[in-house]
Design a protein around this ligand. Sequence first.
Ligand SMILES: Cc1cc2nc3c(=O)[nH]c(=O)nc-3n(C[C@H](O)[C@H](O)[C@H](O)COP(=O)(O)OP(=O)(O)OC[C@H]3O[C@@H](n4cnc5c(N)ncnc54)[C@H](O)[C@@H]3O)c2cc1C
Ligand code: SF4
Length: 509
Amino acid sequence: MNGPDADFIIIGSGPAGVSAAFPLIAAGRRVLMLDGGDDAGSQEESRSVRILGSNLESLRTDDGGSPKLQTPTAREILQPFRHQSGIAGDGFIPIGSLARGGLSNIWGAQISYLDAEDIADWPIDIGSLQRSYEHVAKRIGISRNADVTTDANGEPVLPLGATAAHVLHRHQAARPADGSFRLFPAVNAILSQARSGRAACDLRGDCLYGCPSGAIYNSRQDVLLLRKSPHFRLLDNMRAVSLTRSSGWTVGTADGSSFSAPRIILAAGVLGTAALLADLLPIDEQGLRLLNSPTLAIPLLSPARLLRSPTATHSLAQLGLSLRYGDGASDYVTGAIYEVGTLPAQSFINRMPLGRKAGRAAFELIGGSLLVATIYYPGNQSRSYIRRDATAKKGLTIHGGFAEGFDIRAEALKKALRREWKRLGLIQLPGASLAEPGIDAHFAGTLPMGASGPFGTSSEGELNSHPGLHIVDGSTLPDLSSKYVTMTIMANADRIAHRLAETEENSAV
Ligand SMILES: Cc1cc2nc3c(=O)[nH]c(=O)nc-3n(C[C@H](O)[C@H](O)[C@H](O)COP(=O)(O)OP(=O)(O)OC[C@H]3O[C@@H](n4cnc5c(N)ncnc54)[C@H](O)[C@@H]3O)c2cc1C
Ligand code: SF4
């Protein structure tokens, strides 16, 4: 009989998968990464193809949803997951990817860090998470926007757009009395300084269509680094469809191949991992609780910036914000403010109750003074469940919804935000909307660390009911704060992989 194909098989090459791979190969473990997608949609395509699509798909009418999800790259990575994962949505948009790099091909790259209060109920200590935050931050490159050109250490920073800088100055001049509202320059995984294989941001603002210079972090970049190690192997177009246990674990793939290893690390994204585990877990009528962040988008106008042109900056988040709405540890929302003037005119025109010509004229007139705020609630304000559903083709349906009393809290929050916009000299425009659950793509909590029973996992992400199966994506986060989740997913994957590398070392001794 043949021996195992590797010490660890990692399923998925998104931010979680690559973050788990680095510590393992550094410790000399043999890692085989299987990904259901391939290198298609890489940013090496020409600018016109990135923006228009190879079949001019950008010229099709959009559906009024997030402009980010309608770009050619987004269509290319989301559609295979939609068609092949076997997950349907009922009041929920099941966002997942089948592509090298996963959703990091299209993410907004905004970074948040959890603190000790955020992880009070987790079976891990904040020190170990912070160490992993540092490992990941060093690897992926993180910068902060500012209205200066260098920071205190003389390092270049990315310039804030003029409208965002204006709003930040107003905030700093008149802070709210109770300090519950915070506004600050956004922290993004964008390079302000070139590093090997990646250029610094050129401020041309094409970010919506994917970053051609590699300034925005995408875990494909890490795959290239990992491939330099003799301990690492990646196989593309290997969609895992089954997991079976004998002496170790065997992964069966859609093309009929199989690969075995003593331990499997699942990093297929929360929805991809749920689909893969569906036959191993007793998912009944009640289903698996899935945490996601209810999301609100609010258009804003800065009258002081009317008729001014936007200044050169990237088109990702300019400012970050947070606002408390209750006394509980997680009772706060976070969010980001984007400058609309740096986004393509079309995404504004498509969303205005005006004709094309009038829409374009309006954009030219007021585009530089428009902002959009995106606000995220914590996951406990969602009520979404993954259920086995006899009517769905392969059996899983996600039913989306909101926590009881959410509408009352949402109204109170909107009122509190309106006060803050006023203080910042901003006018809230009509059209604020609560997105359909799922569109946030911030998912967590299906297989929480520290929980007992068949759906629980250990602090190393190992399924209680299936030793040797470790999960390192958002599935194992016990709760979902309103903060951006990916940095924590990556840090947790790094932390788990360090622990696994140490454990294996000790057992070898
Ligand atoms: C439009 C958008 C904007 C976002 N902006 C932000 C942001 O600003 N900040 C933030 O923190 N987060 C953001 N996110 C969320 C972020 O992208 C995800 O949290 C992150 O990508 C999750 O990483 P992951 O590795 O767990 O999963 P994914 O990125 O989903 O990667 C999963 C990987 O698994 C592979 N895979 C799936 N199923 C299988 C299978 N059966 N077999 C083999 N391989 C499989 C896929 O090909 C992929 O490589 C955004 C998401 C979207 C969609
Ligand atoms: S402006 Fe956007 S797309 Fe251009 S280099 Fe900077 S981050 Fe990349």
